[in-house]
Design a protein around this ligand. Structure first.
Ligand SMILES: [Zn+2]
Length: 503
């Protein structure tokens, strides 16, 4: 009898364990995590290898995602690879006069990895630049791509099955590690740009700011570059933030505001950091950045929550979505999901293009259902991609593998909690919305629990042509009797009337 998927998963779990060790490459550099990174375009599918390095500089640190070419069997253990690199025994390379080349991405803040700035003429310039870098890596023109990873997406705050915290507790208070300072700075510059009579001079300021962002990232990249004795290149996203769409500049506010919100089980301190309009390629959106402090001693640690709305006022809300941040898919174009399409459909297609006010509550700590990007990579991406390589005809679903693997590792399938989202929604006095845009019943329940009224739940469907093969496998699995959680007490509209007019 053919082995079941659960039986095939067990050895995969064992294979991934070595990659979850934290290894020290030098006094400044720790290495951990490892998984195949798959990027699918219409023309080509790349399969790379991802790992993470934490570089400490002074009393602060930054984690960089390292993307490199993978071996054919996808059984790379990152630590071994780097050990052989350090001793110059990289398997398939003629040492001759080879010099390692590292490409550092980029001059964007974390915000800008999620929303493509600029205007329609520049549509998807960031995506194009990323794909160019992947093409260069594939063609061996460069050996590694480094890109900063936001601290909170790595894993935690709960203990994981290796007993390790990939998000370091002490770094949760470092605004640099979160790009919070950078986001406030860019908010102020954009505000100047759209309110000043002579905006030209500020273009230069924004370019200088981008230089400063790259310099900041480079401080952390340099020890790794030195360790590998490599040459550093920079790929800059020179996108100038311009957009001539109408904008309400009075939305801007950079004064911090705090309020303690009492929820049923706990109280949360909501700290509004900055409010600003941001020019995306589809028009201006309005962003509010929050730190939401925890319940234990309230000042102990914070979650980052960003609210993105398509109109400046909240008096009428046509669509509300609680969005779990996905750095793999949205920042790095990993093909396992349709998170990026979901975000863009809600914001741009459902919202801006239809003159609707859509409010997205973006949970920055929710990567990998709250397990973080390191565990998600090693326990979900790696088994799926190894199985697919071994059995090319088998349609493997990330959702199904995640359920099996996390159960085998004795981990809850979902670690997310919505207290911070609830606190922010209360802070903003959102009481009624026309539609909740989600397919996740837990998110609907979280809204109901704080009394948010809604007329319907709409699941926005990514057009088939935009789905990658892996995302399609997951959707098929969910639609064919897998675990699909939907709101069970309110009517659900999957593809009905409201969908028709979003086309
Ligand atoms: Zn995703």
């Amino acid at each position: 009898m053919a082995p079941t998927l659960a039986e095939q998963i067990t050895p995969q779990l064992t294979a991934s364990r070595p990659n979850l060790e934290i290894n020290r490459l030098s006094p400044q550099i720790e290495l951990y995590g490892g998984h195949p990174h798959r990027v699918e375009t219409r023309a080509v599918t790349y399969l790379f290898w991802n790992t993470f390095v934490r570089v400490t500089s002074g009393d602060t640190s930054m984690v960089l995602r390292v993307i490199m070419r993978s071996d054919d069997d996808l059984d790379m253990v990152s630590y071994d690879v780097f050990q052989s690199l350090l001793s110059y025994q990289y398997p398939d390379v003629d040492r001759g006069n080879w010099e390692r080349k590292i490409m550092l991405l980029d001059s964007r803040t974390n915000l800008e990895r999620e929303l493509e700035p600029g205007n329609r003429r520049l549509r998807h310039q960031q995506t194009t630049a990323l794909l160019d870098a992947y093409q260069q890596l594939f063609a061996s023109e460069i050996d590694f791509i480094l890109t900063p990873v936001r601290e909170g997406s790595l894993g935690g705050p709960g203990p994981d099955f290796t007993g390790r915290q990939f998000t370091r507790r002490q770094d949760r208070f470092d605004p640099h590690a979160w790009d919070i300072e950078q986001e406030v700075a860019i908010a102020r510059m954009i505000n100047t740009l759209i309110t000043d009579a002579n905006p030209r001079k500020y273009r230069k300021t924004i370019q200088e700011f981008r230089e400063a962002v790259v310099e900041h990232y480079q401080v952390f990249a340099q020890p790794f570059v030195d360790l590998l004795n490599a040459q550093l290149r920079r790929l800059e996203f020179s996108e100038v933030v311009t957009n001539n769409s109408p904008v309400d500049a009075s939305f801007f506010d950079d004064r911090r505001r705090e309020q303690v919100i009492e929820l049923d089980l706990m109280s949360r301190k909501v700290e509004q950091v900055v409010k600003y309009p941001y020019p995306t390629f589809s028009g201006f959106v309005y962003i509010t950045l929050f730190n939401v402090w925890g319940s234990k001693g309230i000042d102990q640690e914070f979650e980052v929550v960003r609210v993105i709305q398509t109109k400046p006022l909240l008096d009428q809300i046509d669509g509300l979505r609680v969005d779990s941040n996905c750095t793999d898919g949205v920042h790095n174009l990993d093909s396992h999901c349709d998170c990026r399409q979901q975000l863009e459909m809600a914001l741009y297609d459902y919202g801006l293009k239809n003159d609707r006010n859509v409010v997205i509550v973006q949970m920055a700590d929710h990567e990998g259902r709250g397990h973080g990007t390191v565990l998600k990579g090693a326990l979900q991406h790696a088994p799926v991609r190894r199985l697919q390589l071994q059995q090319p005809d088998m349609a493997v679903s990330h959702a199904q593998v995640a359920e099996l693997v996390f159960a085998q590792a004795d981990l809850p399938s979902d670690m997310r909690s919505y207290g911070a989202a609830q606190a922010v929604i209360r802070f903003l006095n959102i009481e009624h919305v026309t539609a909740v845009l989600t397919s996740n019943g837990d998110k609907v329940k979280a809204l109901e629990a704080i009394g948010v009224g809604y007329r319907q739940v709409i699941q926005l469907e990514t057009p088939n042509a935009q789905l990658t093969q892996e995302a399609r496998n997951t959707l098929n699995y969910k639609q064919n009797g897998g675990r699909v959680t939907n709101a069970d007490r309110k009517p659900i509209n999957y593809s009905g009337s409201d969908q028709a007019d979003t086309q």
